[in-house]
Design a binder for this molecule. Structure first.
Ligand code: SF4
Length: 170
Protein backbone atom coordinates (compact mmCIF):
# COMPACT_ATOMS: atom_id res chain seq x y z
CA UNK A 1 0.00 0.00 0.00
CA UNK A 2 2.81 2.39 0.96
CA UNK A 3 4.56 1.56 -2.30
CA UNK A 4 1.39 2.32 -4.19
CA UNK A 5 1.16 5.66 -2.45
CA UNK A 6 4.76 6.51 -3.33
CA UNK A 7 4.27 5.31 -6.89
CA UNK A 8 1.42 7.73 -7.23
CA UNK A 9 3.43 10.38 -5.48
CA UNK A 10 6.26 10.14 -7.97
CA UNK A 11 3.80 10.97 -10.69
CA UNK A 12 3.71 14.29 -8.96
CA UNK A 13 0.94 16.81 -8.95
CA UNK A 14 -0.11 19.28 -6.32
CA UNK A 15 -3.25 17.32 -5.48
CA UNK A 16 -1.36 14.05 -5.18
CA UNK A 17 1.27 15.64 -2.97
CA UNK A 18 -1.49 16.76 -0.65
CA UNK A 19 -2.88 13.24 -0.51
CA UNK A 20 0.44 11.45 0.02
CA UNK A 21 2.25 13.74 2.44
CA UNK A 22 0.58 12.69 5.69
CA UNK A 23 1.48 9.03 5.01
CA UNK A 24 5.19 9.33 4.33
CA UNK A 25 8.00 9.82 6.85
CA UNK A 26 10.23 12.90 6.79
CA UNK A 27 14.02 12.69 6.58
CA UNK A 28 16.05 13.73 9.60
CA UNK A 29 19.50 15.28 9.96
CA UNK A 30 22.47 12.98 9.35
CA UNK A 31 20.21 10.27 8.03
CA UNK A 32 22.09 7.32 6.55
CA UNK A 33 21.55 5.71 3.17
CA UNK A 34 23.40 3.28 0.97
CA UNK A 35 21.84 1.73 -2.10
CA UNK A 36 21.98 -2.07 -1.99
CA UNK A 37 21.44 -2.27 -5.75
CA UNK A 38 18.60 -4.67 -5.07
CA UNK A 39 16.02 -3.08 -7.37
CA UNK A 40 13.33 -4.25 -4.96
CA UNK A 41 11.38 -1.04 -4.50
CA UNK A 42 12.59 1.78 -6.72
CA UNK A 43 12.39 -0.22 -9.95
CA UNK A 44 8.71 -0.97 -9.40
CA UNK A 45 7.80 2.71 -9.35
CA UNK A 46 6.73 4.66 -12.37
CA UNK A 47 8.50 8.01 -12.05
CA UNK A 48 7.77 11.10 -14.04
CA UNK A 49 10.65 11.80 -16.43
CA UNK A 50 11.79 15.17 -17.72
CA UNK A 51 12.58 16.02 -21.36
CA UNK A 52 16.24 15.94 -20.32
CA UNK A 53 15.82 12.44 -18.90
CA UNK A 54 14.29 11.28 -22.18
CA UNK A 55 17.11 12.82 -24.24
CA UNK A 56 19.77 11.29 -21.99
CA UNK A 57 18.24 7.80 -22.17
CA UNK A 58 17.86 8.08 -25.97
CA UNK A 59 21.63 8.46 -26.25
CA UNK A 60 21.91 4.76 -25.49
CA UNK A 61 18.38 3.60 -26.39
CA UNK A 62 17.24 5.72 -29.35
CA UNK A 63 13.86 4.00 -29.53
CA UNK A 64 12.93 4.91 -25.94
CA UNK A 65 9.48 6.45 -25.62
CA UNK A 66 7.95 7.33 -22.25
CA UNK A 67 4.26 6.92 -21.64
CA UNK A 68 2.50 10.25 -22.07
CA UNK A 69 -0.17 10.64 -19.39
CA UNK A 70 -3.45 12.40 -20.28
CA UNK A 71 -2.30 15.56 -18.46
CA UNK A 72 0.92 15.57 -20.50
CA UNK A 73 3.37 14.21 -17.93
CA UNK A 74 6.00 11.80 -19.23
CA UNK A 75 6.09 8.55 -17.27
CA UNK A 76 8.62 5.72 -17.24
CA UNK A 77 6.72 2.46 -17.19
CA UNK A 78 7.29 -1.03 -18.55
CA UNK A 79 5.37 -4.28 -18.64
CA UNK A 80 3.90 -5.43 -15.33
CA UNK A 81 4.45 -1.94 -13.94
CA UNK A 82 8.19 -2.48 -13.49
CA UNK A 83 10.91 -0.44 -15.10
CA UNK A 84 11.60 -1.50 -18.72
CA UNK A 85 15.35 -1.18 -18.09
CA UNK A 86 15.46 -3.65 -15.21
CA UNK A 87 17.32 -6.90 -15.98
CA UNK A 88 17.89 -9.62 -13.38
CA UNK A 89 17.07 -7.15 -10.65
CA UNK A 90 19.60 -4.56 -11.83
CA UNK A 91 19.32 -1.22 -13.60
CA UNK A 92 20.82 -1.43 -17.10
CA UNK A 93 20.94 2.33 -17.67
CA UNK A 94 22.47 3.32 -14.35
CA UNK A 95 24.56 6.24 -15.69
CA UNK A 96 21.62 7.54 -17.71
CA UNK A 97 18.72 6.90 -15.40
CA UNK A 98 16.01 9.51 -14.68
CA UNK A 99 16.53 12.12 -12.01
CA UNK A 100 13.74 10.82 -9.79
CA UNK A 101 15.40 7.38 -9.83
CA UNK A 102 18.65 9.09 -8.72
CA UNK A 103 16.82 10.73 -5.84
CA UNK A 104 14.95 7.66 -4.65
CA UNK A 105 14.08 6.89 -1.84
CA UNK A 106 14.06 10.65 -1.13
CA UNK A 107 11.87 13.33 -2.59
CA UNK A 108 12.01 17.07 -1.77
CA UNK A 109 8.92 19.01 -0.80
CA UNK A 110 8.75 22.69 0.01
CA UNK A 111 8.67 23.07 3.79
CA UNK A 112 5.63 25.33 3.85
CA UNK A 113 3.65 22.77 1.82
CA UNK A 114 4.39 19.94 4.21
CA UNK A 115 3.84 22.15 7.27
CA UNK A 116 0.33 22.83 6.07
CA UNK A 117 -0.62 19.16 6.53
CA UNK A 118 1.55 17.88 9.39
CA UNK A 119 3.93 19.05 12.08
CA UNK A 120 7.63 18.55 11.47
CA UNK A 121 9.81 16.50 13.83
CA UNK A 122 12.43 18.50 15.79
CA UNK A 123 15.38 16.85 14.06
CA UNK A 124 14.06 17.34 10.52
CA UNK A 125 16.62 18.05 7.79
CA UNK A 126 15.90 21.45 6.21
CA UNK A 127 17.68 22.52 3.04
CA UNK A 128 17.58 26.15 1.95
CA UNK A 129 17.58 27.22 -1.68
CA UNK A 130 17.25 30.94 -2.30
CA UNK A 131 14.25 32.13 -0.33
CA UNK A 132 12.73 28.64 -0.14
CA UNK A 133 13.18 25.85 2.36
CA UNK A 134 12.76 22.18 1.59
CA UNK A 135 12.38 18.98 3.54
CA UNK A 136 12.53 15.43 2.19
CA UNK A 137 9.97 12.68 2.44
CA UNK A 138 11.23 9.15 1.88
CA UNK A 139 10.13 5.58 1.27
CA UNK A 140 10.92 3.70 4.45
CA UNK A 141 10.51 0.40 2.62
CA UNK A 142 13.76 0.92 0.74
CA UNK A 143 16.22 -1.49 2.39
CA UNK A 144 19.12 0.97 1.96
CA UNK A 145 17.61 3.45 4.42
CA UNK A 146 19.60 3.58 7.66
CA UNK A 147 22.75 2.09 6.13
CA UNK A 148 25.95 3.61 4.78
CA UNK A 149 26.85 7.30 4.92
CA UNK A 150 24.92 10.48 5.78
CA UNK A 151 22.80 11.68 2.85
CA UNK A 152 23.89 14.86 1.09
CA UNK A 153 20.42 16.42 0.92
CA UNK A 154 21.73 19.70 -0.48
CA UNK A 155 23.14 17.85 -3.47
CA UNK A 156 19.90 15.91 -3.92
CA UNK A 157 17.93 19.14 -3.95
CA UNK A 158 20.25 20.72 -6.51
CA UNK A 159 19.91 17.64 -8.73
CA UNK A 160 16.14 17.82 -8.47
CA UNK A 161 15.89 21.55 -9.16
CA UNK A 162 18.30 21.31 -12.10
CA UNK A 163 16.04 18.70 -13.70
CA UNK A 164 13.53 21.43 -14.41
CA UNK A 165 10.31 19.85 -13.23
CA UNK A 166 7.58 22.49 -13.17
CA UNK A 167 7.54 24.46 -9.88
CA UNK A 168 3.95 23.36 -9.30
CA UNK A 169 5.14 19.79 -8.99
CA UNK A 170 6.59 20.10 -5.54
S1 SF4 B 1 18.40 -0.15 -1.84
FE1 SF4 B 1 16.58 1.10 -2.27
S2 SF4 B 1 17.26 2.54 -3.86
FE2 SF4 B 1 18.77 0.87 -3.82
S3 SF4 B 1 18.04 -0.57 -5.40
FE3 SF4 B 1 17.20 -1.27 -3.38
S4 SF4 B 1 15.15 -0.31 -3.31
FE4 SF4 B 1 16.31 0.78 -4.90
Amino acid sequence: MKNKVLKRFLQVSVEMVGEALPRLPIAWRNMLFKCRLCGEKCCGLNPEVSEEDVERIRRIIPSFKPYVAPEGKLILVGENGFCPFLRNGLCTIHEYKPVLCRLYPFYPVEKKTIQSVLSLPVDVEIVRHGSKQYVFIFDEQCPGVGEGDPVDFKKLLETFLKAGFPPGSF
